[in-house]
Design a protein around this ligand. Sequence first.
Ligand SMILES: [Fe+2]
Length: 340
Amino acid sequence: MAPAQVMTATEAPSITTLPLVAGPLVEYRPIHPTFGAEATADFSSITSELVDEIKQGLAKYGVLVFRKTGLDDARHVEMSHLFGDLDDIAPFVSGLGQKNRLTSDYLFDVGNVNPDGTVMQPGTMRDLLLRCNYHFHADSAFNPRRAGISLLLAHELPPAELGGDTEFADTRSAYEHLSEGRKEQIKDWVVMNSQLQCRRNANTDKNGALNPLLDTDEFDPMKHRFGIHRLVQLHEPSGRTNLYIAAHAHHVEGMGIEEGQKELKGLLEYVDQPKYTFRVKWRDPGDLVVWDNTCVLHRSVPGSYAGKYKRDLRRTTVHDMGPQAWGLNEVGATWRNGLD
Ligand SMILES: [Fe+2]
């Protein structure tokens, strides 16, 4: 895994030379030469005008980092509704009997806090499943309707020196830098995505041995449905082309499984270069990172806080509201990968 550039507005000289861009309600300070911005806005008044402007910022930057927003669960959810239709965890609560410790089923509990409030311990099944998040992915690529915008809010953070950052990758620039021949080769590829593929890969050792706990039909991607999406897509909000590749990618339709997996692995490794990535350091409760899954990838960075300190991050997930939201899946399908 290549290290991402660690950049903040105050640390990297190349960033401070970039201009501060101000809209009426949001100010942006670019983080990376091609994407991402530290942004400031007044969240004491959440309006559709503010949300529209954040969306405009996302079209350009792909990732926006807001510090100390002061948002709580209720206002986090309230604002998220203004972005579009929200995904929810209700199917997992009813389908898997999972307990939701949070006040809203629109909040995805993606940190390391167990439903009973204790710190998740390494090696537990929940830990094994969440290890998928250490790999570059786009939220819900494995479901029939993919995610558009994700809003991740910090509630409690481990000591900064113990890790737990979040990294992002710019898949629009990565696509644009491909050779014309490569673009032609991949332009019609259709990718079959499965959360189970990511979970299996995240629990396979360097010798290729899968953790026996996941070596079951329940975790076999081929025994479940796939989220089917085109690899190369127009990113409507910016008019640029995006490489929609994620760690959930299992194989390429119409291509041998092994050959397809080799190609997809190669594309993920290609995107995972310092020139296409940067790292966000969470600083304070209330920090909010908003990103567009249809033009960037993200991953959580492991840290030595694991098993010791809470990293309580809660995410709302806005369904993709664009024309390619359903990919090649049945429009209106309600199944969820892992529950099908
Ligand atoms: Fe994610």
